[in-house]
Every structure is written in C-alpha cells, then in structure tokens.
Design a protein around this ligand. Sequence first.
Ligand code: TYD
Length: 337
Amino acid sequence: MAQRRWLVTGGLGFIGSAFVRLVLRERDDVAVTVLDALTYAGNPANVAEVAGDPRYRFVQGDIADAVRVDEAVGDGVDAIVNFAAETHVDRSILDPEAFIRTDVLGTHVLLEAVRRHGIARYLQVSTDEVYGHVESGVSTEADPVCPRSPYAASKAGGDLQVLAYHTTYETPVLITRGSNTYGPYQYPEKLIPLFVTNLLEGEQVPVYGDGLQVRDWLHVDDHARGIAHVLEHGTPGHVYNLGGGNSRTNIELTRELIRLTGRSFDESVRYVTDRPGHDRRYALDATKARSLGWFPRVDFANGLADTVAWYRAREDWWRPIKSGAFRDYYRRQYALR
Ligand code: TYD
C-alpha cells in the first residue's frame, strides 16, 4: 500500500522519467503523480514500463499554470520533485523566453503551491551550470552562482527563488545540482545521444570549437538515485552537488563514442563554429552528498558502452524523434555552423 505520495514534475523527460522508473521499482510505499507539459522533450514512451502500475498517475500540464499544479497536487502530496525545465543551452541561445517561463516562473508557481498546501518537502533539480565555468578546482555548494548562458541564468533564477523561500517563509526546500548526465532515453539534442545516433546513422558529429571543453559525466540512474537520496535524507535549505567524477574533454569522449560505434575518427568528426559564451569547464565537489551516503555506482566505461548498446537496440525510440520536428531544429542549429 502506498503511504507516501510524490508529485514529479517533468516526469516524462530524461532524468525525471529515470527517477519515476527507479522510485516505482525500488520503493513499494510510494505513489507517483507525474505533471508534464509534453513539450518536445517529454515522451510517454519514457515511462511505458511503469505506466500500468496502479501507483502511477499522469496529469498533463505546465508548471507555470497554477490551476494544473493544484489539480496534480489533488488532495495532497508529501513532496514535489521538480524536474520540469527547458534544459538545452543551444536552444536558450536561439530562444530564451521559454526558459524564463518554465525555469523561473514555473519554479515560483510550484513554491507557492508548496506554501498553500503545506507540502512537507520540495526538491529543485538543478545543474552545475549555475556556477558558471570553473577554470580550475571544483565548485562547492558554498560558491556563488555565476551563470553565463540564458539557460544557466534561468536555472540560477529558479534556485535563488527556492533558497529565498526557505529564508523568508521557512519553506522546506532542497536543491540538487547535477553534472552532465547521460544514459538511455536522453533526447538526441545533447552531446552523447546526438553523437551516438549520428554515428549509428553513418553521419558526422559536430564538435564545437577545439573540442577541449571539459564536462563531468554522471549516469542517469546514479543521478536519479542521488535525487531520491537527498529528498529522503537531505537537510531543508541545503544544496547538494551530484557530480559523476568522470571528467573528460569533449574530444576524448567523442573518440570513445566513435570507437564504440565502430566508426572512423577522421571520417566522422566535423569541427564547427563554437557555441557563443561556451563554458570551458564544469567540475563539482560532491563531498557533501557523499557524506549523506550517496555515491555514483555506474562505472563510466561500462555506462557509456551500455548507453551506446541501448541506442543501438532502441531505434524505435529515437528514429521517430529524429525524423520529426527535430529535423528543423537541427537545420536551424547547425546549418550555418
Ligand atoms: P550539451 O550536451 O549540450 O550539455 P551542456 O552544454 O549542458 O554541457 O553539451 C556538452 C558539451 O558538448 C558542451 O561542451 C558542448 C559540446 N557539444 C558539441 O561539441 N557539439 C554538439 O553538437 C553539442 C550538442 C554539444
């Protein structure tokens, strides 16, 4: 019997759906309501394996719409976990407005719902990008936010609202800041699924600038486990960094993806004009989350090989995406580069 009820916003996206699958698989006493706007990145197929579970309920709606949020809260939830966000830096450069609506205004609407309904816990899923780029060393939770892209600024705006609600109204909030995440069901605009699917299709991969930018990679299952762990064990008002501990330059990673797909480097790589304001490096200190008892379990080499195998096996999942509206986006994003 479900005793805890969690509202998962953005639960049909990449990290949100991994969280929903994990929770329904590993916690018998939790029922989940997903509120998702079904924008381009939300996909019911991502939760197909748990959608028949009686503890699963779906409400379609936007987190910036207070009426829909109230409908999703229904006669009460114990926690809201907010995954709903516009997340892609390149899209934020083309069109920042949607980011401010969802990531800032949407967060505000959820915080108001937490206050109005007296919800016991609110967890904001955030990102290492709010710290801005770090030339050396690692970002700790005590570091100031210094966002440099419209996306990162919208997430930082959401985070600051969350922390301000804790200070002002004692709203029981938590924030997790994850590093770059990879794994199954990731929309193919992000580096790993874009490159893997391009390589599987025999296409080239567009490497921005010199490819020497550094990202720290975290498997989506470890990310989802970290969020559940912080939700259950974290201290309200605190931020927890969830870093993967797998720092790679983009070109090193690209080389590995080319190897795993059996393609040739020279034929596959196309260096293209860099992203404007491109953050050179992100790196997280995850000591605080580790002291709480969370640590990543997926080895990067295995995780990457399994991810490539998943995309190889699941053309039924990514081909319809890549042949739809994605095509126009890809043209708009890459044609002039
Ligand atoms: P991305 O997956 O967009 O995540 P983020 O910008 O949030 O880190 O990009 C990861 C890195 O890969 C980043 O340094 C930009 C780079 N990149 C490319 O070189 N080419 C691409 O086509 C994409 C999408 C990203």
